[in-house]
Design a protein around this ligand. Structure first.
Ligand SMILES: Nc1ncnc2c1ncn2[C@@H]1O[C@H](COP(=O)(O)OP(=O)(O)OP(=O)(O)O)[C@@H](O)[C@H]1O
Ligand SMILES: [Mg+2]
Length: 276
């Protein structure tokens, strides 16, 4: 799809659970098909609720949501699942199949993908799960089960994916596996939203940042522009997050574009040191 035409369009959306106060208020954001966005905000800011609205699991009381050019209201969930795949925050508790392969096959099989076997094998490979294909998911440790849920979303081969807190419970080896998977998804032209409190991780894998605060969108723009804003640190603190250390140091030393990793910052620092 043309990058100019948004793949996801959220227009003036307000949502509240029952008669409670609104959890999201007047949200208007758009996402291009290949866009990569880190979505952050304090606990309770409304991040997971926003994702559930995108997936049609919840309906807004006000405003409209379009996914792949179609309004989500009234669309069957299994139909929407072909346009946008998700790994939910508590997805691990939703694992129900007797083998890793069957669990990851569930999505592509239900979407009647003709190449389902290939998609499942590819996703298992991406997440280093191939050797456990015939094992029961609960024979694997918790971090690997989290990888199963991420692989299940990827295997659906949708143009766009959303990952809600994908790195919670992952140690460094699994985080690296997911990092490689994200790079590959980008190469394949997939778009995604990464919900995370781990800014250092999110910044490495996304071009755009969205911050929710008390149900309102307070930051929405390119990550590189955000990082040169004087109030970037304050905006992150208000979201109960922190700029990555490498970005803070990079800003302090006036590096442009601002680094998001130590790997990007250190060569600049060495160069600077040569001046002294
Ligand atoms: N099913 C529900 N019924 C009533 N209120 C809910 C429900 N789910 C979430 N909420 C409330 O809506 C608000 C937003 O919750 P949400 O889960 O979207 O936040 P979040 O930004 O994802 O937080 P976290 O970082 O903790 O995952 C919170 O005040 C939460 O208590
Ligand atoms: Mg959440």
């Amino acid at each position: 799809m043309d990058e100019e035409v948004p793949y996801i369009s959220i227009s003036d959306v307000t949502f509240h659970y029952g008669s409670a106060a609104p959890v999201l208020q007047n949200i208007s954001v758009q996402f291009g098909q290949s866009s990569t966005t880190v979505l952050t905000g304090a606990n309770g800011a409304g991040k997971s609720t926003l994702l559930k609205l995108l997936l049609g699991l919840l309906s807004p009381q006000q405003g409209k949501i379009h996914v792949a050019g179609k309004i989500t209201k009234g669309r069957a969930l299994h139909e929407l699942a072909g346009d946008i795949a998700v790994s939910l925050q508590s997805a691990e508790h939703q694992i129900f199949s007797p083998t890793v392969r069957k669990e990851i096959s569930f999505g592509p099989t239900n979407l009647a993908k003709v190449n389902a076997d290939y998609l499942v094998a590819d996703a298992m490979e991406m997440f280093s799960l191939s050797e456990y294909a015939e094992r029961h998911p609960y024979d694997l440790h918790a971090a690997q089960r989290k990888l199963i849920t991420l692989a299940s979303a990827v295997a659906m081969d949708t143009p766009f994916l959303v990952f809600d807190e994908p790195t919670v419970g992952l140690s460094m080896p699994e985080k690296n596996i997911f990092a490689k998977a994200l790079s590959l998804l980008r190469k394949r032209g997939k778009g995604y939203i990464l919900v995370t409190h781990d800014a250092a991780y999110g910044f490495q894998h996304c071009d755009r940042i969205l911050i929710l605060r008390d149900g309102r969108c307070v930051v929405d723009g390119s990550l590189s522009h955000f990082l040169i804003r004087p109030d970037a640190s304050a905006a992150m603190k208000n979201a109960k997050a922190q700029l990555p250390v490498s970005s803070r140091l990079s800003r302090l030393f006036g590096q442009r574009p601002v680094a998001t990793t130590v790997r990007d910052f250190v060569p600049f620092l060495k160069e600077k040191a040569n001046d002294y």
